[in-house]
Design a protein around this ligand. Structure first.
Ligand code: GLA
Length: 378
């Protein structure tokens, strides 16, 4: 019996019907453009969230977490609606609600995606629960539908106005590849991301900074993009070229202009990055990653001193490219480095953090890993 099956048995007194898993993610490039119908290029990391589930024959939902030993949340499925108060379990309950689950279920969650590091532990939780429910109740949703339903759970139940990237990659990723995701129609293409055979490594730097601004800042950026779309009478920033944006300057304010400039240039960088990866031109990939960071820092203003320090220190230590990833205002950065320079780069970043009096960062590496899957079923 696996660890999670044992925990399920200890907690609920029976064995689970099935176990599912879904990973967190990093994003190589294509930041803050999923909600503007852009292309993004994330990959799934090896750390994932497991969920063991068992059907009940009443309408009770019980949720326990291996990380919170003494607490079992119990609620009637008919009460699971947006507005119901709660903590972390809202991510799981939101998915039951958005998927239209009407029967009782016992769930044991075991999360291994670092929390608060900008690596999408929330999407991993949502997508592991969604995968489990889809199998447990034979709901027959495809991956696009599950991505939209888990995003709906986070938007409408949890109340976070996130885009579709994190849930999509957690569900759709394939081992060994980054996922080129077209956020307009959720079509995908696997892009081989084999840095190891080129002597490279993608270092993930969790700055351990969490700025209180996060939620409001994210919503404000989204609102700026939506305002540009409304003022220019287009359906999304995907339709806009730099020439058109320059030509429309008089119709929008300066802040809206620079926010839209980030979106338009970032969409192009994603496609350029795919071309560079296709010919294993990692110098070029590094340059595009750097340009993405500069655009996020200066035009989109979602970076923070800790992220900029990590990026600058990685580049000074010889990284090919480095940038913040995810929503920003804290969380993680990535650095594409020579594998032989990993220790040196980590040392340089640690030194830069300590000289500025920042909390010590954490470091991870991960190859592109598999998306959500059913692990076992009785
Ligand atoms: C968060 C959101 C995503 C995306 C990124 C920025 O991770 O959940 O939808 O917008 O920020 O690229």
């Amino acid at each position: 019996m696996s660890q999670i099956e044992k925990k399920f048995l200890e907690t609920f007194g029976e064995e689970p019907d099935l176990v599912a898993a879904a990973p967190g993610r990093v994003n190589l490039i294509g930041e803050h453009i999923d909600y503007s119908d852009g292309f993004v290029l994330p990959f799934a990391i090896k750390d994932r969230t497991l969920v063991a589930a068992r059907k009940r024959n009443d309408s009770t939902v019980r949720i326990a977490s291996a990380q919170r030993r003494n607490k079992i949340v119990t609620v009637d499925i008919n009460q699971v609606k947006p507005g119901l108060k709660g903590e972390w379990e809202r991510y799981a309950l939101g998915v039951l609600w958005s998927m239209g689950v009407t029967e009782g279920v016992d769930l044991m969650i075991d999360g291994h995606v670092p929390l608060g590091a900008g690596l999408s532990s929330s999407a991993a939780l949502e997508c592991s629960v969604a995968t489990a429910m889809n199998h447990l109740f034979d709901m027959g949703f495809n991956l696009e539908e599950l991505a939209r339903l888990t995003q709906k759970a986070e938007n409408q139940y949890v109340g976070v106005p996130c885009g579709i990237m994190d849930q999509s990659v957690s569900l759709m990723a394939t081992q060994g590849s980054a996922l080129l995701l077209d956020c307009r129609d959720l079509s995908t293409k696997n892009i081989s991301f084999d840095v190891a055979s080129h002597g490279l490594e993608l270092l993930i730097i969790d700055t351990q900074a969490h700025h209180a601004l996060t939620d409001g800042g994210y919503a404000e950026r989204r609102a700026s993009c939506e305002s540009v779309v409304a003022k220019l009478g287009i359906s999304s920033l995907r339709e806009l070229t730099m020439e058109q944006l320059e030509g429309s300057r008089a119709l929008i304010n300066e802040t809206e202009f620079v926010r839209a400039r980030h979106a338009v240039t970032e969409m192009k960088r994603v496609l350029d990055c795919v071309e560079a990866l296709n010919v294993s031109d990692f110098e070029k990939v590094g340059q595009l990653i750097n340009q993405s960071h500069i655009s996020l820092r200066d035009d989109y203003t979602v970076s923070c001193p800790e992220l900029d320090t990590a990026v600058d220190a990685a580049l000074s230590a010889g990284a090919l490219g480095s940038r913040m990833v995810g929503g920003g205002f804290g969380g993680s950065a990535i650095a594409l480095i020579q594998a032989s320079k990993t220790t040196e780069t980590i040392g340089a970043i640690e030194k830069a953090f300590s000289s500025k009096g920042f909390k010590a960062p954490r470091f991870f590496t991960s190859l592109p890993s598999q998306g959500a899957e059913l692990i076992s079923r009785r």
